[in-house]
Design a binder for this molecule. Structure first.
Ligand SMILES: NC(=O)c1ccc[n+]([C@@H]2O[C@H](COP(=O)([O-])OP(=O)(O)OC[C@H]3O[C@@H](n4cnc5c(N)ncnc54)[C@H](O)[C@@H]3O)[C@@H](O)[C@H]2O)c1
Length: 356
């Protein structure tokens, strides 16, 4: 008789126990194949004390602990690359929160380390793990919308003033483009194609911080499609991933507000509702449109991301969002910043993956 042994839960440490680190701890708590065994945060022991695990003030000590299988890195953006490099040095697989780095140069240092040391890093663009994303990608790739021609995206909400009490969120290395638009751009790259050109206007007029609170961004894709995005962390509005997906119960749900509209030669799609508009038979603007809604499986993207990370850490799956992939999204953000400063249309540098 053969016996099948179930693997024991993946023993995870969290580096950076702020808002996102605490959320990751909740996702781990709900997942039977993972367990939280330690936290590293130099400024707060609250999460470790609450869960009843050790807190290390230096993450190197967490990485050297004997019972750690993997880490989730959720410290401030400027700490991401040094922390991920230390995880690679220690041979510990990492789920690294977005943005992968705060500059393309930094991302390229990390990419080289992944290649040369065989590091295992999954970047936390969690939206890719949402069931509506999988369904939209399948429809787009299956040709149901014809050739994709245009996409419009919105991420508009009002963050609390308290959110900005953390100085890192007000200064270079943060801002609504690097913190929030980065998710939207990752998603449209995943759904539609590589972004090759960008033009942007950014404004800090409403909040008056060093970083922008609002931006309008136009992108061109390698396949000829075009896109427009408006993003702001300072407006009262229902349009954006967080309000429309129920991905995180912290954000009140706006069921009828779409965050993206995707338009193709044979039909269009609202997202995340997956309202599919099309013509029955001949297609032209004088004919009435039909609409049907695509049913999707239930599930939240953070749980999907954690389950994928468990597989990645165990070596049974390759990361769905690699460092190079996230670096390509970062290049779009950097190009948007450059465009906002100069007023010029900016060509996005492609990421050249290092040879293995
Ligand atoms: N995927 C998402 O949807 C999502 C959402 C929010 C934030 N984030 C990302 O998560 C990261 C953290 O954001 P946040 O909002 O939780 O910030 P936060 O300021 O609430 O938390 C950061 C934590 O890191 C700690 N810290 C600072 N330096 C450290 C170091 N050297 N080692 C270990 N810990 C350190 C701080 O004490 C703090 O507790 C950011 O990179 C952010 O972009 C991702």
């Amino acid at each position: 008789m053969s016996t099948s042994l179930k693997p024991s839960p993946l023993r995870i440490g969290i580096i950076g126990a702020g808002v996102m680190g605490t959320k990751h701890a909740e996702f781990i708590d709900r997942e039977r194949n993972a367990t939280l065994v330690g936290v590293a945060d130099p400024f707060s022991t609250t999460l470790a004390d609450t869960v009843g695990v050790p807190n290390y003030s230096d993450y190197h000590d967490l990485l050297a602990a004997p019972d750690i299988d993997a880490v989730i890195i959720a410290n401030p953006n400027g700490e991401h690359v040094p922390t991920a490099l230390a995880a690679i040095d220690a041979g510990i697989p990492a789920l690294l929160e977005k943005p992968v780095a705060i500059s393309a140069n930094e991302a390229s240092v990390l990419s080289t380390a992944v290649d040369e040391a065989g590091g295992v890093v999954l970047v936390g663009h969690h939206r890719r793990h949402h069931p509506a994303v999988a369904a939209a990608r399948e429809m787009i790739r299956g040709g149901e919308l014809g050739r994709i021609v245009a996409v419009n995206g919105m991420w508009l909400t009002k963050k609390s003033d308290q959110y900005f009490e953390q100085p890192w969120r007000r200064t270079s290395g943060a801002g609504v483009m690097l913190i929030n638009l980065v998710h939207d751009l990752d998603l449209v790259r995943y759904l539609i194609g590589e972004v090759t050109t960008v033009q942007a206007i950014a404004s800090n007029a409403a909040r008056g911080y060093e970083v922008e609170d609002t931006a309008a961004v136009i992108v061109g894709f390698d396949n000829g499609a075009v896109g427009t995005f408006i993003v702001s962390d300072t407006v009262v509005a229902p349009w954006g991933w967080d309000q429309s997906t129920q991905d995180d119960p912290q954000f009140p749900f706006s069921p009828d507000a779409s965050s993206y509209s995707i338009a193709g030669t044979e039909g269009s799609l609202t997202f995340p509702q997956l309202g599919h508009y099309y013509h029955d038979g001949e297609s032209n603007w004088n004919l009435p449109l039909s609409r049907r809604f695509r049913a999707i499986a239930s599930g939240d993207s953070y749980t999907g991301q954690l389950r994928h990370f468990i597989d990645v850490a165990r070596g049974t799956a390759a990361p769905i969002v690699t460092v190079d992939d996230a670096a390509a999204t970062l290049n779009v953000i950097e190009s948007a910043h450059r465009s906002a400063e100069t007023g010029a249309l900016v060509a996005v540098e492609p990421v050249q993956p290092s040879p293995r």
